[in-house]
Design a protein around this ligand. Sequence first.
Ligand code: ADP
Length: 196
Amino acid sequence: MRVLMIAPPGAGKGTQGAVVAEHFGLDRITIGDLLRRNVAEDTELGRRVQPTLARGELVPDDIVLELTRQGLAAAKAAGRGYVLDGVPRTMAQALAAYRIGLRLRMTADVALHLAADDDELLRRLLNRAGTEHRADDNEPVIRQRLRFYREVTEPVLQFYARRRILLTVDAQRPLEAVSADVIAALRERAAGLAPR
Ligand code: ADP
């Protein structure tokens, strides 16, 4: 199974992505973690993207698309599916990721959308700010990330709806309840897919 995760910040994309990868034996490609790891290790890439990450803005497409391509190529080489978390955030990234998938014969067969409203997300992210100390978890940056998601990322869901691979799960519930729904919905979807 090949899964794209699309969700606003704070919806639990990272947590649910890990659960899905573990449950179905998929490679996990988490763009935000890869970028933050580069910052923590002070690589050349990390030094380039650090200020952008701290402002909660998008790092250039060439960087995230190259990380995507590497992740898909590695999954293909291992003979596994994947959970891609972080791409796409824009329509341009959706199209580029689709082209990368086509070239590798690794296009997604499910776009998993976690839905939650802004009040709940703001509350969760401010809570996380107190424990995780991510550079982008402060109120003005959180509000800007949420606004960007609503204006630019959310409309991309239409693209997956038209391709008939969109799966929406209500993420405004406790983690375990969301995980149970996500796994059940993906199982059902996987049963309808040709074996890979
Ligand atoms: P969240 O979903 O909570 O905002 P992520 O870990 O997915 O957190 O992303 C953190 C940051 O990494 C983003 O605010 C952005 O700066 C950068 N980033 C992640 N994915 C992308 C992407 N597809 N395009 C551009 N920048 C990205």
